[in-house]
Design a protein around this ligand. Structure first.
Ligand code: CAO
Length: 430
């Protein structure tokens, strides 16, 4: 004879007010002992509440999103009399562990369930949406990939989301076919990348990106999106420095070492980094990592794409030595022969387009650095000396800095100081 029993949430340890995220049965369903009835999910674990007996579900007392604690009645069921069971003996089963076979005799003292699934906090608004159509293991898989299951179209029976559906969804988002459609204001909420048949408009040719271009593209996109950067512009009067450079190069013609403006820029930048140490740092969570070393990266244009060789310990080298090292690293870069350690460890980067042209640009910070100096082409400009305009060689400096670390005033001070050093290089040794 059937006995009507109340099925209650068993001892679930310290958890209270846990949302019901899945209901696996409905009134009239026949259930067997230990069959999963509902799934609860706290911010630390998912737990299935198993049936304490075999029988028929008479009435559900909870709905998706309801919050329950130990002792909350979740349903009334007509339990088969043949099975001795009591609501007090229910024990929730952690979802990804095998269900323990039901014992007709009183089960051992229930242990509090062990949270076995770590999970990101689920906002109440997420609960009860399409999450009810994915199994706990699929939801766990989706969470690990940062996927909101409610956005995934289920292909299995009754629209249930499978692991393959989640994988397909991730692929389509990554390829730009699907927008994440997030409208919460959090996340990027980007439109899908336009898919255009260019042949409709004229002849085209497809050329695969080089390996370096692909790596740069991924890094540049992340840095552009993640870093709240500001570019500060300053003019440096390099008239005297250029005269000195030309003169020195003439004297050194026979030895073959040619100094370019970039070597002076490296030397002057090191002096400015020493004066403004936050520029020689990296953000690490809530901490700023201030580096006591001065490894300066410089952007080099190569046939295969942009690479950034690194001059290590630039503070310990003279301008001639820096010029030599820049030249040999640039040669290796163009030949595609740089070793990984020759491109690692930069604490600040310089991107010089001065040999090509330009009047200003906004370089993208090379994360996890916090600033990058862009150098454009120096040109003769009229400068007012208080009495008259005189021709001076002016070099545009464009310094991009991470605003999370460097405020506008400090950014401008760094640039002004750098320009002062370049206009009178004797200050570098002060
Ligand atoms: N203003 C005017 N002329 C400049 C200058 C400046 N700011 N900087 C360099 N020049 C001149 C040099 O003096 C040299 O002239 P001379 O032959 O008369 O001496 C000429 O331009 C060529 O210099 P260079 O390019 O050979 O040497 P460099 O040290 O300035 O640069 C390197 C070396 C590797 C940085 C450069 O070859 C390069 O690849 N630059 C491109 C960097 C780049 O792509 N940045 C963008 C990154 S973001 O996409």
């Amino acid at each position: 004879m059937a006995e009507s029993i109340e099925v209650k949430v068993p001892d679930i340890g310290d958890y209270n007010d846990i949302p019901v995220i899945e209901i696996h049965v409905k009134a009239g369903d026949t259930v067997s002992v230990e069959q999963s009835l509902i799934t609860l999910e706290s911010d630390k674990a998912s737990m299935d509440v198993p049936s304490p007996a075999s029988g028929t579900v008479k009435e559900l007392k909870v709905k998706l999103g309801d919050k329950v604690s130990m002792g909350s009645v979740i349903m009334i069921m007509d339990a088969d009399a043949s099975v001795s069971s009591s609501p007090k003996k229910e024990e929730p089963a952690p979802v990804s562990q095998p269900v323990v076979p039901a014992a007709p005799t009183p089960p051992p003292k229930p242990n509090p369930p062990q949270p076995i699934q770590s999970s990101a906090p689920v906002s109440p608004s997420d609960i009860g949406k399409a999450v009810s159509h994915a199994s706990p293991s699929v939801r766990k898989f989706a969470r690990e990939l940062g996927v909101d299951v409610s956005k995934v179209k289920g292909s299995a029976n009754k629209g249930r989301v499978t692991k393959e559906d989640v994988q397909k969804y991730v692929k389509s988002v990554m390829s730009g076919e699907t927008s994440t459609g997030s409208s919460s204001g959090v996340g990027l909420d980007l439109l899908p990348w336009p898919k255009i048949d260019f042949t409709k408009f004229g002849e085209i040719e497809r050329k695969p990106l080089s390996r370096i271009q692909k790596i740069s593209a991924a890094n540049l996109s992340r840095n552009w999106i993640v870093i709240p950067s500001v570019t500060y512009h300053e003019d440096a009067d390099i008239t005297d420095l250029e005269n000195f450079r030309v003169q020195t190069n003439k004297q050194n013609e026979k030895s073959g070492v040619k100094i370019t403006m970039l070597a002076f820029m490296v030397k002057a930048s090191v002096a400015a980094l020493k004066k403004f140490p936050e520029f020689n740092s990296s953000l690490d969570g809530d901490e700023l990592v201030l580096k006591k070393y001065f490894h300066i990266g410089f952007a080099a244009d190569t046939p295969n794409g942009l690479v950034v060789p690194v001059v290590k310990n630039a503070d310990k080298k003279g301008v001639l030595e820096l010029a030599e090292e820049i030249s040999s690293l640039a040669k290796l870069a163009r030949e595609g022969k740089l070793k990984p350690d020759q491109m690692q460890g930069a604490s600040f980067t310089i991107s010089s387009l001065g040999g090509i042209g330009g009047t200003a640009f906004s370089p993208i910070i090379n994360a996890p650095e916090v600033a990058i100096l862009g150098v454009s082409k120096a040109a003769i400009k009229p400068v007012w000396n208080g009495k008259e305009f005189i021709p001076r060689l002016i070099c545009p400096l464009s310094l991009t800095a991470d605003h999370r670390v460097i405020d506008g005033a400090v950014g401008t001070r760094f640039n002004v100081y750098l320009a002062e050093l370049l206009s009178d290089f004797r200050r570098v040794v002060l």
